[in-house]
Design a protein. Sequence first.
Length: 311
Amino acid sequence: MTINVVEQSGVTSADGKSQDVLRNLYADWAQIMATTPDLTMRLFRSIFDEWHQPTVEPEGVMYREDTLGGVPGIWCLPKGADRTKVLLYTHGGGFAVGSAASHRKLAAHVAKALGSVSFVLDYRRAPEFQHPAQIDDGVAAFEALVASGIAPADITTIGDSAGGNLAITIALALKEQGKPGPGQVIAFSPWLDMENKGETLVTNNDTDALITPELLEGMIAGVLGGTVDPTTPLANPLHADFTGFPRLYITAGSVESLLDNATRLEERAKAAGVDVTLSIGEGQQHVYPFLAGRSALVAQEFEKLAAWCRK
């Protein structure tokens, strides 16, 4: 087990301005949601498709639309990447918003850093499709990769926020089904606690520019529908058995409200004997890797992630 705190002492003023880009986007969304009580799901999703804006377009990457196991998505294909190493990326957005389009640049940056390719899933979203539809789509895509000749150990499930939950629960579902799972799992600012009880929901409420307990409550209602127990392990991995789970890398920002989702996940995985690394970005917002291409801190984080993958 390793815990890294990515300090800001060496961060330049330009990096501070980069943080503002993400924080300001979140603050703008929060204002729109607070002042638009009749916001439709279509417009809600359109707003969150702006999530790519803080991310600089990575150079030397091609994109291709495709389907895996009947699930649509976008391939991110960095020049010279090893196409036998695949990142199966599940986007964030409370299971309801976000898309392959909103996350393709982030997924491409990670793929480029790791020398692999990414497939960003456009899994079925809530509330039209409730739990476990999103996990089922992830498992279907994973099995399609394996059927195409990719070794399970060469697949990494990866995601952010709700997609970080899915990166974990896809691996748990495959284990539960007795099937080979991914070689490793990466979760950026994972949102796991469907009971909405996290301590940092209170302590970081004034520093997180986006996440509130009320926002999460609505997302929980959308994906669980009032019929799924919020302690169900495949909905809430904080109640899962991590025995035999793949090696796990977790990031989170120190000022985000979901920080303790990451720290509690690290504790639970460690107790089960999992090889787990937790990296906390000091002063960073929710899913701060979205600053890829403009932040030295994120570049440093990706270097650490690449070194972890090479172990």
